[in-house]
Design a protein around this ligand. Sequence first.
Ligand code: PHB
Length: 396
Amino acid sequence: MRTQVGIVGGGPAGLLLSHLLHLEGIESVVLERRSREGLETTVRAGVLEHGTARLLREVGVGERMLREGSVHHGIELRFDGRGHRIDFADLTDGLSITIYGQQEVVKDLVRARLEAGGKVLFDTEAASVYDLDTESPRIHFFQDGEEEEISCDYVAGCDGSLGVCRTGIPENARTEFTRTYPFGWFGILVEGPPSTEELIYTLHDRGFALVSTRSPEVQRLYFQCNPQDDVEEWPDERIWAELSTRLATHDGWELTGGRIFQKDIVQMRSFICEPMQHGRLFLAGDAAHIVPPTGAKGMNLAVADIRVLAHALTEFYRSGDRGSLDAYSETCLRRVWRAQRFSWWMTSMLHRFDRSDPFQLKVQQAELDYVTTSRAAATTIAENYVGAALNISHPL
Ligand code: PHB
């Protein structure tokens, strides 16, 4: 088998790349380990930056997002029993975020690719990538128990943090930067009405909590937990009690309940692999970097990588110019580190690191007090959250 761009991984990064290349007349094949159903039902984050939502619209896959997604113009930061709104529209000249689940983005992209006759191979496990330093790199993969090979001009490694592509960069040619946090997020999906119109991020003496949403009927909530916790240790009543305590306000705000139909624990980690390219291999999304979810940057960073990569590949196939391909890693890493900084900072401000350290809690509360009362400080949250501060090479 042969194609122009071999794409390992059919998450948002791989599928979007395949779609953008198709719009430019460039052929690709996507290899995805999971089944179509498994892929489309994997629940991940749900916040699209302003520029991410705009890109999806511009490239023709935003129609359902426009109908079913919900546009938010701010978030609430809650601490000391009081809520404070960060008004994105006011602080960033009218920008916003769109709440639309990652699996919905994936569904829309899969449909667009298949309708256009694109090749997306599900249940296909990439085993290794090699000959990356040659004109014709290859991907080995397994399909129906058979070992197969695809050769291409370029390989896009969009196969997540546990994928094989990153190991295609020799160990002595890459540097990995990691930070693990001493807590996890306990996440629940709830069938029931929303408690609030906008997301609420809260810092309480007992730890962080977040009220998010997926749709008018499905809510997504999280609270800081011990990363070693087991979901079995958290019966529904204990979860509701913990969330209600952390989210309580002096004026008696109430959390709306519902039926919990999924529980999971998200590990919190920062990770970056430098460089994001080697020979004819280009890493994008989680294969190259992981952010803790506090800044809601994960999928947005993947989309930003793909925007750069699709543009560079298009330039190469149109004119033979490799300048943008050569600069891929450097171009992406600037934004990646800025998003990493924002995610790390939000994480640091909003979690309890050491319950026996009241000084640190007071400093965090003072920081929250500052970002919710100074227009300059509030602007730094708003412009990072909507993504405007991260658009270095592609201004909004
Ligand atoms: C989510 O809805 O899953 C979500 C929202 C905001 C975050 C992280 C996750 O910061």
